[in-house]
Ligand binder design. Sequence first.
Ligand SMILES: Cc1cc2nc3c(=O)[nH]c(=O)nc-3n(C[C@H](O)[C@H](O)[C@H](O)COP(=O)(O)OP(=O)(O)OC[C@H]3O[C@@H](n4cnc5c(N)ncnc54)[C@H](O)[C@@H]3O)c2cc1C
Length: 439
Amino acid sequence: MPSAINNSSSTHEPQNDDPDSTTYRQDLHPIADDPFEQHDVVVVGAGPSGLFCALKMAQKGIDVLVIESGSAISESPRAIAYMPIVLNEFEKVGIFDDLVELGHQNNDGIQFRTPHNKGDELLTTVKLNLVPKSFKRYPFIGINTGQDRLAHLILKHAQRLPNFHVKFSHTFAGVQQDDNGVRITAVTSRGEKYFAAKYLIGADGAGSSVRRSQCIPFRGFTWNDFRFMAVNIEYDFASHGYSTGVMVVDEEDWAVIARIDKEGLWRVAFGVRCSIPEKELLAQLPEKLERLMPGPRPLNYKIVAANPYWAHQRVAEKLTSGRVVLTGDAAHSNNPIGGLGLTTGLLDATALGNCMIRILTKNEPDPAALLERYSTVRKKAFVEYTNTASIENKLRLHCQDDEFKTKRAAFIKNITDDPEATINMAKAMNEVMDDDFEE
Ligand SMILES: Cc1cc2nc3c(=O)[nH]c(=O)nc-3n(C[C@H](O)[C@H](O)[C@H](O)COP(=O)(O)OP(=O)(O)OC[C@H]3O[C@@H](n4cnc5c(N)ncnc54)[C@H](O)[C@@H]3O)c2cc1C
């Protein structure tokens, strides 16, 4: 196909295997009557939050299009742990059994240890596995698997529905709205595509273009002491007494070490000083792992993936702007210690999916008021729980401030001496969502 007939400013040519090639040929006649492809809802971002929200809506007959800038689901090493509060939501949409089959069932406690170079001392264990059955919703504490696998699973279920559509390599570029709906521009390698819908959902991650298009400030801060490095690694931590989740406490060599799947992949996520230039991060990896990891030397491991991240504690000033609504990391972002980011995102997606079902299938009397309430409730959940708890979780691992050292010592003593402390943590992990906006 000669590039001269491509209307786009891009130099990419259409791929022969592109399922949209018919559309491409139609694009050779750009003066179509209505270039706007119609859907009920367009979701920007095929991350787990966007896909989960889309699946919920599509299951109730809403026509949903997901547009994703990547050419496939992102495989960057991020979330791995799913607690009962989200498993409960997975059950409702019918993906729970597949996830249990796919993932590693966590039946361990959470250990707090020092790093290998400080003696690999076991400081305490949150013995969640000993919690009485009456406090547990499931016969395990949670399920672990990579968020890419979770996203693929949600997508597989959604693609069984005729009213669910997904377009990869489509980057959201802009939106206009009026009383009747939204009009969206996406950029593809073959030029621009236009969509019309009743609502637009921004599920496009912490750097959300949808949020930015609405000039919604992302309030909070970005950590400037440490960045995070997430490494997926093949190594048998369990044979060295490590439980499924281990918090490594140290001023410099703090980390979270956790099992990712039943095949034996593990995650080592640790802090790296922000002053270290990006290009040196990978070169420092072997030394860092040498300080952190248990077992006989020389260490014998295989790194499968490694990625650095900036960590934020930020929340959008509001989650709605008329017919444009934010969910997941597009609405808020927090450091990953404690596994609360996607947990919160999936609960947003649940609530927003339920709002859309009420608005589009149940004649909700005041849609704008419902979405305002969604914004208020989900922002409050982030600010009052996720933000506070994730900051506390991070500082517990490395902060040397006197007040925090006292708090850390009290936490460890409390967990070690008082079985009720563990039970209270288990109760919190087994709570269901307060307000899921279901009618
Ligand atoms: C190291 C690490 C470990 C973590 N561990 C956990 C954990 O165990 N538990 C937990 O709950 N959370 C965890 N998190 C947080 C979790 O990864 C995020 O909360 C989660 O990715 C949010 O999902 P999302 O779908 O909202 O956004 P994302 O996963 O960021 O997905 C957004 C999607 O939008 C697409 N996109 C972006 N811009 C555009 C555009 N303009 N047009 C079209 N598409 C676009 C992106 O390509 C992406 O596919 C962790 C994070 C990190 C960094």
